[in-house]
Design a binder for this molecule. Sequence first.
Ligand code: SF4
Length: 292
Amino acid sequence: MSDVNLADFLERLRSYDPDLDKGKVMRFAEIAKAFPHLPPAVARRYPRVGMADFAEIGYCAYKGWHRGRGTEVRRPARTAQRVTRGENIHARKVDEELQAARKLPVATPTDLRNPMVDMASIPELPALIKVGGLVYMSSVERAGRNKGDLVIMEIKTGKWVRMPDHYLQTWGYCLSAPSALLRLTDNNFRAKAVRWSLSYPESVFGPYGFTERTLKLVREGMRLFGRLYRLGAAADKHVPHDPYGPSGRKCPPCGFAHDCSWRYTDERTGTYTAAGSPSAPVVLRLTRDGAL
Ligand code: SF4
């Protein structure tokens, strides 16, 4: 993997605009066949990663290395509070939707096989797929059927919208949900195409078609993540440069900053900013020979 490949991938991912992607939309059956469900007994034989952990390379590629290395996640207090807040909002929404779903008629095998019968979103659909030697575990936020198509929705509770890591996570779910739905419905679920959508507190984007181009981007992302993960597992720090990675905005809230040699350096002051308390981040000064 050369630097050019990682930088090139990140650039294409960051410039992706779903409104301009008029490519062929992938069929449900094609994706289900290409990314079959992996039985848990088989999955245990391979390294397992969360789809959300994979997606973090859209935030900073070095996070993929830390996942392979097994660096302990130490979130600064403010980040931890944000995560807890997001989890609570999710849990509340899931409860509400499950309560509403229980009032709806239960889909029969005939309904499941008829793509034109709309289906309410199923929250937290569990899914397992294997790509390039790694098992990706998903809890697909919402999977429903609308006008014949499977629609995957990812819900974000923060203020940042349409971020590269949001795309990768949602597209990862587009890969894993079709075979999971077949498994959960005794092979009865049918849909025409696969679509995706991102929901934020103030706006909803999509649904957009899961196109050949998005499939190519997420596959490339998984290949790069696999490579970074393996380098991390081998503690090999010879990794490609992420031109969009370390920054004064991204590193302070990162759970790996306490043990990351790529973390943001302020060249003017010669200080490293590590994850500490939000109001008073830990600042480590360099000695003359560059040691901490
Ligand atoms: S500390 Fe910064 S460079 Fe290191 S993984 Fe986190 S965001 Fe990336």
